[in-house]
Design a protein around this ligand. Structure first.
Ligand code: SF4
Length: 774
C-alpha cells in the first residue's frame, strides 16, 4: 500500500446514507412492453445487431448490422449517423416524435487491455442547435449494452408517462416499464435503480448494473446532459460521467424517459472476442507502462485529473475569465489543481471503465451541500474536471467549494456544466453593463462572483419556475441574445459579440482570441464550439507551428478527422496525447504522437481482424464526418453562416479588454497590418479596435475559405457529391440532395470565397474538383 492511502475494506465515503424500499418502488411499475431476445455472440468487437425501441407504439425490435454498414460507418458515432439517416426527416426537430436518442458503442468499446476503451457515443437532434449533436461519455453503460448483445440503442417516439427502459442481459429481456415513484435527480435515481436491478444484494451485483438518467434541470432547459453511472466498488457508490453537450438529457426527458438501465450477466477481458488477443495485450501493456512511468512528469492526470490545465491556461492567458473577457486573473491561483487535490479522496484507482490506467475521473466524497433541496447532505461529487473549473473562473467564482457545489447540482439536475457556466457568465456580463438587472433577472443579483445567485438560478430552473427570465435564460445564450435584442435592451452589436455561442451551442472553456486556428477549431465544427474536434492553441499560438493558412487548414482537416475516429470506436481521446512517449518530440510530427497512432492501428486490427493502416483510420473518420456535415445541410443548418463565431472569440470587444492586452494589439497593428508605430501610438483606442475588428473578421473568413477548400467542401461549406463518392458514400438520396443544394447556392451567389484578398494573396481555387490537385 502506498503511504497515505486508505485500505479499501476500511474506506467509508462519509456520505449521507439513504434507505430505499426498492421492492415497494418497483412494485408500482407497470410493464408497457416486453421483448425477449436470444443471446448473441460478440465477434471481433461487434454484437452485429442494434436495438430499436419506439416509445409511442411500444415496438421493440432488433436490426442487423451489415458488413456494408461496418465498412462505411465503422461503429459508434458512425452507426448513430446511419440509424438517424434511416429514421428522421429534414423537418425533424429536437422535440419531434421521430427524433431519436441513440447510444452507441464501437468495435473497440469494452476492451479492458487498452486504457480509455469504455466510451459510449450519444446522438440526437439538439434543442440548442437543431442539428445533430454527438457527445461521448464514460461509465459502464456502453460496454454493458454491447455485452448484453447490441452495438447501439435507438430510441424513437415519446412515452405518455415517465418510463424506464431496462436492457437485461441476464434474463435476455428488454422492457419498457412505468416508473412513477423513483426520484428524478440523478444522484438519487441512479442509486435507487442500481440497487433495484442488482440481482443480489452485493457490490459485485451492483457493479453489473449501469443507469443513464437526467435530472429535473434537463426537463426545464436546453442544457440537459445524460448521466452514465458506474458503480464504484471501493467507494460503494454509483458514480456518474456526463454526455454533456447539446441537450441530450433534454431529449431524454422530452421522451418521458426517467432512465435507461443496462445489466450484464458477466464480462471479462475477452468479452469483445478480439481476433488477436496477444497483440492486444502487447500494445495495451506498453501504454499502461508509459502512463504509469511518464504521467507524473507530463500531465499528472492520475493525481489531479484534468484540473492540471487550470494553471497552464492561466499562465498562457487562455483561462476564460468573466465571460472570456480575460485569459488570466490575479485570483486564479485559488482554483489551481493543488486546491482540488486536497479535496479529492485519494483511494487508489479512478478510471471510468476497467483498465484505464490514466484514471483521471477524480471525486470529492462527503462534500457538504450548501444550498438548495439537498442542503446539508453529504454527497460524492464526480469531478470537477478542467471545463467545470473553467466555468468557475468564467463566472468569477474563485472558491473551490462553490465550484464543487456548481458541479454537484449541474450533475444531479442533469445540466451540462459547460453550457450552464458559459451562459451564466454572459448573463453576468450583461448584468454588469445594466442591460440586465435584478428586476429583469427574476430578483437574482446575477453579477460576477455571486455564487448564491448562480446556484439560485439553477434551483429555479430545476423547479420549473415560470418567470420569463428563467424560461428564456434556461434555453441558452442564443435565445437570450434574441430576447435582449427584441426587448431593445442593450446595444445589439455588443450583445451579439459577447454572447459566447456558435450554432446555438455555448462555448467550452478556452480563450481563443490569440489563436486563429483555434477559432476555427470552435467555429468550423459539426456540432458547435467544443474542442473534441481540434485543440490547436498550443500548436498555433504558443509554438507557431502552423503559421500559414494552408498549415492551419491542414491541421483543421487532420485533427478533426483523427479525433472523430475515437468516437467511431468507443474510445477516450485522453490516452492518445495526454501522455507521450519520451522520444515523441524527435519524431517528424510530434503533434500527432505517431507511436500512439500506430498503437491504434494495431489495436483496431487486433480486435476486428482487419488489416488497416493509419491512412485508413483517417478515411474511416472522413466518411462519417462528411456524412454528418451533409446531414446538417439536409436539416437546413450546416452551411457557412452557421460556422460564424462571436467577435469575443476573435478579438477585444470592449476597451477594457483592449487595454488588458494593449501591447500585443498595438504590436499587431504595426507588424501585421503595416501601420506606422507613431500613428498607432497617437490613435485612440476605439479607432484601433475598429481596425482590428475588420482585420480579425477577415482573417476568420480567409481561414474558413482555406479549411473548406482542404476538406473538399464548396465555399458555402457543403460537401460535394464528388467528394462523397470519392469516399465511397454513394447513397443516391444523399448525393441528389447535395447537388440540389449546390445548385441553389450557385443561383443565390453563395459559391464564392468570402475572404478579402489583397497584396498578392490568393483565394483557394474555384475549381470544385480541387481535391484531386491538393
Ligand atoms: S482517461 Fe479519464 S476520462 Fe478517459 S477513460 Fe480514462 S478515466 Fe475515463
Amino acid at each position: 500500500m502506498v503511504e497515505g492511502q486508505i485500505p479499501i475494506e476500511d474506506y467509508e465515503t462519509g456520505n449521507t446514507k439513504h434507505t430505499w424500499d426498492t421492492k415497494k418502488i418497483r412494485a408500482a411499475h407497470k410493464i408497457i412492453a416486453e421483448y425477449k431476445f436470444k443471446k448473441g455472440e460478440i465477434k471481433r468487437g461487434y454484437a452485429n445487431r442494434t436495438l430499436y425501441v419506439n416509445l409511442s407504439s411500444g415496438t421493440i425490435k432488433e436490426k442487423p448490422v451489415t458488413d456494408d454498414m461496418k465498412k462505411k460507418f465503422t461503429g459508434g458515432r458512425g452507426f448513430g449517423l446511419k440509424l438517424l439517416w434511416d429514421s428522421i426527416k429534414p423537418t425533424t426537430r429536437w422535440d419531434s416524435e421521430e427524433n431519436e436518442l441513440i447510444i452507441t458503442t464501437g468495435p473497440l468499446c469494452g476492451t479492458t487491455q487498452y486504457a480509455g476503451s469504455g466510451k459510449s457515443l450519444c446522438l440526437t437532434i439538439s434543442p440548442s442547435t437543431n442539428i445533430i449533436c454527438d457527445s461521448n461519455v464514460g461509465g459502464f453503460f456502453g460496454p454493458y449494452l454491447k455485452f448484453a448483445g447490441f452495438d447501439a440503442l435507438e430510441i424513437q417516439g415519446k412515452a405518455k408517462e415517465d418510463v424506464i427502459i431496462v436492457i437485461d442481459g441476464e434474463k435476455k429481456t428488454i422492457t419498457i416499464e412505468t416508473a412513477p415513484d423513483e426520484k428524478t435527480d440523478s444522484h438519487l435515481l441512479n442509486e435507487q435503480l442500481t440497487y433495484m436491478y442488482a440481482s443480489e444484494n452485493t457490490d459485485k451485483s451492483r457493479q453489473k448494473v449501469s443507469v443513464v438518467s437526467a435530472g429535473r434541470g434537463a426537463e426545464h432547459s436546453y442544457w440537459g446532459c445524460l448521466n452514465f453511472s458506474f458503480y464504484d466498488i471501493r467507494r460503494k457508490v454509483p458514480r456518474m460521467k456526463q454526455a454533456g453537450r447539446g441537450g441530450l438529457g433534454t431529449v431524454l426527458r422530452d421522451k418521458k424517459i426517467k432512465a435507461i438501465v443496462a445489466k450484464v450477466e458477466r464480462f471479462d477481458g475477452v468479452s469483445n472476442n478480439p481476433a488477436d488477443p496477444k497483440t492486444l495485450v502487447k500494445v495495451g501493456t506498453k501504454l499502461h507502462r508509459e502512463i504509469r512511468d511518464l504521467d507524473r512528469y507530463q500531465c499528472n492526470m492520475r493525481t489531479v485529473g484534468t484540473g492540471h490545465l487550470v494553471e497552464i491556461m492561466d499562465e498562457y492567458d487562455l483561462l476564460p475569465t468573466e465571460n472570456y473577457r480575460f485569459g488570466s486573473f490575479p485570483k486564479a491561483s485559488k482554483i489551481y489543481s493543488p486546491h482540488f487535490y486536497n479535496l479529492f479522496t485519494k483511494v487508489i484507482h479512478d478510471g471510468c471503465w476497467h483498465g484505464c490506467t490514466m484514471a483521471c475521473a477524480k471525486t470529492v466524497d462527503a462534500f457538504t451541500v450548501m444550498t438548495g433541496p439537498y442542503n446539508g447532505e453529504k454527497v460524492t461529487v464526480d469531478g470537477p474536471e478542467y471545463e467545470t473549473i473553467g466555468c468557475g473562473s468564467n463566472m468569477g467564482l474563485w472558491d473551490p467549494l462553490w465550484i464543487l457545489e456548481f458541479n454537484f447540482y449541474c450533475d444531479t439536475y442533469g445540466l451540462d456544466t459547460i453550457s450552464t457556466g458559459t451562459a451564466i457568465a454572459f448573463y453576468m456580463e450583461m448584468y454588469e453593463y445594466g442591460i440586465l438587472n435584478k428586476e429583469r433577472c427574476a430578483g437574482l443579483e446575477l453579477c460576477f462572483g455571486n455564487a448564491e445567485a448562480a446556484l439560485g438560478f439553477m434551483h429555479r430552473i430545476a423547479s420549473g419556475d415560470k418567470d420569463e427570465f428563467i424560461q428564456v435564460a434556461s434555453k441558452g445564450v442564443r435565445r437570450v441574445k434574441d430576447w435582449l435584442i427584441k426587448k431593445g435592451w442593450g446595444d445589439k452589436q455588443l450583445v451579439e459579440d459577447t454572447g459566447m455561442e456558435s450554432k446555438g451551442l455555448e462555448y467550452s472553456e478556452y480563450v481563443t482570441k490569440e489563436s486563429l486556428a483555434m477559432q476555427g477549431g470552435y467555429g468550423l465544427t459539426l456540432k458547435g464550439p467544443q474542442p473534441d474536434e481540434a485543440w490547436l492553441i498550443f500548436m498555433d499560438m504558443v509554438n507557431n507551428a502552423i503559421p500559414t493558412f494552408r498549415d492551419k487548414a491542414e491541421a483543421l482537416h487532420y485533427f478533426p478527422m483523427w479525433r472523430t475516429w475515437f468516437g467511431l470506436n468507443g474510445l477516450c481521446k485522453l490516452p492518445w496525447n495526454d501522455v507521450e512517449p519520451t522520444n515523441n518530440a524527435e519524431t517528424n510530427e510530434p503533434a500527432k504522437v505517431p507511436e500512439h497512432v500506430q498503437n491504434y492501428v494495431d489495436f483496431q486490427n487486433a480486435v476486428t481482424g482487419w488489416n488497416v493502416d493509419k491512412e485508413e483510420l483517417i478515411l474511416q473518420s472522413e466518411r462519417c464526418y462528411n456524412w454528418q456535415r451533409a446531414m446538417n445541410v439536409w436539416l437546413g443548418r450546416g452551411c457557412r453562416k452557421d460556422d460564424w463565431i462571436p467577435y469575443r472569440s476573435m478579438g477585444p470587444v470592449t476597451e477594457m479588454e483592449y487595454i488588458s492586452r494593449k501591447e500585443r494589439y498595438d504590436t499587431q497593428l504595426v507588424e501585421k497590418l503595416g501601420l506606422a508605430k507613431k500613428d498607432v501610438e497617437k490613435m485612440d483606442i476605439s479607432k484601433k479596435m475598429k481596425i482590428l475588428y475588420a482585420y480579425r473578421r477577415n482573417q476568420y473568413q480567409k481561414l474558413t475559405d482555406a479549411v473548406y477548400y482542404r476538406r473538399g467542401w464548396t465555399p458555402n461549406g457543403v460537401p460535394t457529391p464528388q467528394k462523397m463518392k470519392q469516399l465511397g458514400m454513394d447513397d443516391s438520396k444523399m448525393l441528389k440532395m447535395l447537388q440540389k443544394k449546390i445548385d441553389e447556392d450557385e443561383k443565390a451567389g453563395l459559391n464564392v470565397w468570402c475572404g478579402t484578398y489583397k497584396n498578392g494573396e490568393k483565394p483557394p481555387s474555384n475549381d470544385l474538383r480541387y481535391w484531386e490537385n491538393w
